[in-house]
Design a protein around this ligand. Structure first.
Ligand code: ADP
Ligand code: 5GP
Length: 185
């Protein structure tokens, strides 16, 4: 059977994953973006069922117990996970699906889908990562610190992924991801 490709975009918070994924799905509407479940509170402007499925811990733990998640991880005090059903449906229909997830979850995906194509997005340097997180302005100081501390552990793991990409110039990064996904160049 001709199954679709599972594409995983991972890397530390603030590196530009969400920005790159938004550009990609806009340019290639056929790329289906998986909507994750999380126990994090919605940020202003985030929409239930579009940005995330926002759950409380009990609801999330029910999904874990019922084996409804492809992978999940705890990140900065909250759960994040990929609902399994939609991913399986897409792949069975021969369609590609994009996951934008943190590094531990991206590691777990490989155990279930060894053929997954995983791209680790790196910042040009740690200072730039911190600036991007701060400029985004979506987290308080405590959360920014948690994310930066976690970034140090995450960056060490970048070599374990199929592709690494430094997100310096946005357009260039987008072109590199397109080349990987569509096997161009
Ligand atoms: P992530 O999803 O990895 O947490 P975001 O996509 O939210 O990161 O990006 C964090 C911030 O960095 C955003 O304000 C975004 O506009 C900015 N950003 C992303 N990529 C670049 C880039 N290549 N150059 C400069 N700023 C960028
Ligand atoms: P944020 O709170 O900034 O939206 O997300 C925090 C981190 O969780 C980001 O690195 C994001 O990629 C990751 N994340 C989002 N959804 C999932 C998911 O379903 N699984 C895992 N493991 N990580 C996720």
């Amino acid at each position: 059977m001709n199954t679709g490709t599972l594409i995983v975009i991972t890397g530390p918070s603030g590196v530009g994953k969400g920005t790159l994924v938004r550009l990609l799905t806009k340019k290639y509407p056929e790329l289906y973006l998986s909507i994750s479940a999380t126990t994090r509170k919605p940020r202003p402007g985030e929409i239930e069922g579009k940005s995330y499925y926002f759950l409380d811990r009990l609801e999330f733990e029910r999904m874990i117990a019922h084996d409804e998640l492809l992978e999940y991880a705890e990140y900065a005090g909250n759960y994040y996970g990929t609902p399994k059903q939609k991913v399986q449906e897409q792949l069975q229909q021969g369609k590609s699906i994009l996951l934008e997830i943190e590094v531990i979850g991206a590691g777990l995906v490989k155990q279930i889908f060894p053929e997954a194509l995983r791209i680790f997005i790196l910042p040009p340097d740690l200072k730039t990562l911190e600036q991007r997180l701060r400029n985004r302005g979506s987290e308080d100081e405590e959360d920014i610190k948690k994310r930066l501390e976690r970034a140090i552990d995450e960056l060490i793991l970048s070599k374990e992924f199929e592709y690494e990409l430094v997100n310096d110039d946005l357009e260039q990064s987008l072109a590199s991801i397109e080349a990987i996904i569509f096997n161009k160049g």
